[in-house]
Design a protein around this ligand. Structure first.
Ligand SMILES: [Fe+2]
Length: 179
């Protein structure tokens, strides 16, 4: 029997989605427990969320293959598509909420659409930077910062290896201040 036409496929897909929901809820439950000073319980929720995330990885791999998460460029492209799809869905949901006179919910859905648009743009730009190999090199000099130790340098490219802490180039980013 073909796996993707089987009940088992549907069940694993359902289990994957349920694990994602459990992960999010346990994170939220943990935050609330911490606010209430239930710190051991907060840690237990956080640990449980971590377990749920791992279970979601297992189910995801069954559904899409063991190496389905191995390509970060592809994951970014997937992120763009997911945000695009979410925007379209929320546009419909917002319209329905308006028709049903849930104006506050309708407005919230519109705002979340805008956030998703920003996510979509961010993923797309990062992907483009990767494709053009200019994540760590730009045409104009930039102020680069090592996000591990804070070392800064102004140049076209960031250091391949941080001269202070030895972090790889993946830790470097263009410095941005917003305080
Ligand atoms: Fe560093």
């Amino acid at each position: 029997m073909e796996f993707d036409k089987s009940y088992t496929y549907k069940n694993i897909d359902e289990a994957f989605r349920a694990k994602c929901v459990s992960f999010a809820l346990y994170m939220l439950f943990g935050q609330k427990a911490r606010q209430d000073d239930w710190h051991q319980l907060a840690d237990i929720f956080a640990q449980s969320a971590k377990n749920e995330l791992e279970h979601s990885r297992i189910f995801y791999n069954i559904l899409y293959g063991e190496d389905s998460l191995s390509d970060t460029c592809e994951n970014l492209a997937r992120g763009v598509q997911m945000e695009k799809a979410a925007r379209e869905t929320y546009a419909k949901f917002s319209q329905i909420a308006k028709e049903e006179s849930f104006f506050k919910i309708s407005a919230l859905l519109e705002e979340i659409q805008n956030i998703d648009a920003a996510h979509m743009k961010r993923f797309a730009v990062i992907r483009e930077n990767m494709d053009k190999a200019n994540t760590f090199c730009r045409d104009e000099k930039q102020k680069w910062i090592c996000s591990r130790c804070g070392h800064e340098k102004t140049d076209f490219c960031s250091d391949a290896v941080c001269p202070v802490c030895g972090a790889c180039q993946g830790y470097s980013r263009i410095k941005a201040e917003n305080y």
